[in-house]
Design a protein around this ligand. Structure first.
Ligand code: ADP
Ligand code: ADP
Ligand code: ZN
Length: 219
């Protein structure tokens, strides 16, 4: 099974991808996570990506297409994957199509998690993750059960992203509408586009996503 989660920055793609990957035995492929790892490692790609990520812009198509082309060849991607944060431009969507076509693979569902712009600032400025295991949290919407302690691994080492500040949010939203939203018709024409209301509580969004995934799995 190959799924794409689409939607604005802070829309809940990463949160939902983590839930779906365990239930369906898929691997989450987040270009944002891969790029942040490249920045942290100081690699050539990381050096090129750092400033543009911090400013809220998009990294070049060539770089992210290269990263995904390598990643989907890895053995663990054979069990199926959930793309989170890729594709983000029409050129990326077309490149993905070509990569999958060459391997006789296809996208089973591209699901838009729709959240209006006015809710995004709070989503992004309240976001943090566990520095040990990567579990995602929010200051108001997804607090750890025990304050200051990760539910999954017990760590009290949390971190916030450098780009998760009010200043970059508008730029990231503008980029989403100008460059990413135009890929929705691409998947609509293929008949693989689905829509979920991302303003609902996290568990309800998960339930609706699973309904869609179960539907395409049998269909
Ligand atoms: P994305 O991967 O699309 O950028 P995230 O999954 O990181 O978004 O979610 C952004 C923030 O909003 C996180 O702090 C997360 O805990 C929170 N969040 C995710 N889904 C919901 C939801 N349905 N309702 C409220 N908060 C949510
Ligand atoms: P969010 O869902 O909050 O926007 P991501 O973790 O998906 O965050 O991405 C963080 C940053 O990494 C983006 O703002 C962008 O600079 C870069 N990035 C991630 N994925 C892509 C992509 N597919 N194409 C171009 N840039 C990307
Ligand atoms: Zn943890």
């Amino acid at each position: 099974m190959h799924l794409i989660l689409l939607g604005p920055p802070g829309g809940g793609k990463g949160t939902q991808a983590k839930k779906l990957q365990d239930d369906y035995g898929l691997v989450q492929l987040s270009t944002g996570d891969m790029l942040r790892a490249a920045v942290a490692s100081g690699s050539e790609i990381g050096k090129k990506a750092k400033a543009v990520m911090e400013s809220g812009g998009l990294v070049s198509d060539d770089i992210v297409i290269g990263i995904i082309a390598d990643r989907i060849k890895q053995p663990d991607a054979k069990k199926g994957f959930i793309l989170d944060g890729f594709p983000r431009t029409v050129a990326q969507a077309e490149a993905l199509d070509k990569m999958l076509g060459e391997r006789s693979l296809k996208i089973h569902a591209a699901i838009e998690i729709r959240v209006p712009d006015h809710l995004i600032v709070e989503r992004i400025t309240g976001r943090y993750t566990c520095g040990q295991c990567g579990a995602g949290y929010h200051d108001s919407f997804q607090k750890p059960k025990v304050a200051g302690k990760c539910d999954s691994c017990g760590s009290s080492d949390f971190k916030r992203r450098a780009d998760d500040n009010a200043a970059t949010v508008q730029q990231r939203l503008d980029g989403y509408h100008a460059q990413t939203a135009p890929i929705l018709p691409f998947y609509e024409k293929k008949g693989t586009l689905h829509l979920v209301d991302g303003t609902l509580p996290i568990d309800e969004v998960t339930r609706r996503l699973k309904n869609i995934v179960d539907g395409v799995a049998v269909g």
